[in-house]
Design a protein around this ligand. Sequence first.
Ligand SMILES: Nc1nc2c(ncn2[C@@H]2O[C@H](COP(=O)(O)OP(=O)(O)OP(=O)(O)O)[C@@H](O)[C@H]2O)c(=O)[nH]1
Ligand SMILES: [Mg+2]
Length: 323
Amino acid sequence: MTPELWNGFLKGDRISCARVISLLENEPDSRSDVLDRLYPLRKGATRIGITGPPGVGKSTVTAALTKEARSADHTVGIIAVDPTSPFSGGAFLGDRIRMNELTGDEGVFIRSMASREGHGGLSPSTPYVADVFDAFGMDMVFIETVGVGQAEIDVLTCADIIVVVLQPSTGDTIQALKAGILEAADMFLVNKADLPGADMVQESLRFMLEMDTRREDQHLPPILAVSARNDTGMDEAFAQLMQVIERLGDAGRFLAKRKERIEREVIEAMRKILYDDFLAKSGARDEIEQFAVRCAESNQSPFPFIRELSSRVKMEPRNDGKT
Ligand SMILES: Nc1nc2c(ncn2[C@@H]2O[C@H](COP(=O)(O)OP(=O)(O)OP(=O)(O)O)[C@@H](O)[C@H]2O)c(=O)[nH]1
Ligand SMILES: [Mg+2]
């Protein structure tokens, strides 16, 4: 990262902020340098995942919640994760256009990101974009993802709070939502309550939640009917969201989630470092592939090969006096 870019970021220049995000997304090698600088600047912005089936109004809800947050003097970063377009490989612009109303506001920063290719999940840099917003001074970060497939599971691990958005006549969709997301939801918004049937969805959610004995949280999450497009019930939704944030914050939930995130990150990084090191030292990459070809063609067990490979790895305690 150039000194000019970093100075621009520190001065609160939005273009520099956008460039820092691009750097994280596009240049994995510069990631640790960027993050070393960003981490000490973070103030602990709350990360709110907004998820739910396609088209239920997640972007409209996010925009409406952002307006409420702005009236309460919060600054807001928005990460809109779109499925990777099969044509351009880039993020759809639709969400950004919908959020147009917010774009003139200095207290709001919107970033559209394509989801990870082939996985439908969050891009590996999504959590870091939240760190950039945090370091830039935003105190709430909304992460919008389509709640189908891997993205909803990923959002569980990178957000502090999960808001699930549904709409009337998505009764079947509730069942289709991954069980994990229902358990993990901290709040439900039944959007498009201007259409008939929102109360039915509320009812069936309440029923399912009461039946679910696996929930860790003793409190049932609030289930509110809103109309984000008509701005009905959004002030109450925001007030409830702030209450949930306060309650879970007091219960130590954010710290626990952050600890888990850091632990996972360290373990994944070590796994990669050790594996790369093993490949470099053993030259086994080709052997693994050749073995797989042979193994696939026979009914040979892979374990003798695995044992042989692992016998080539020797971990020795450092005794060279360095730390
Ligand atoms: N009737 C009604 N329509 C709404 C409401 N909120 C959003 N919509 C409409 O629902 C459609 C989808 O809204 P989005 O906010 O793009 O939904 P989304 O969940 O972000 O969509 P994807 O990101 O594509 O999954 C749009 O045509 C909105 O105008 C609402 O409260 N009532
Ligand atoms: Mg959307």
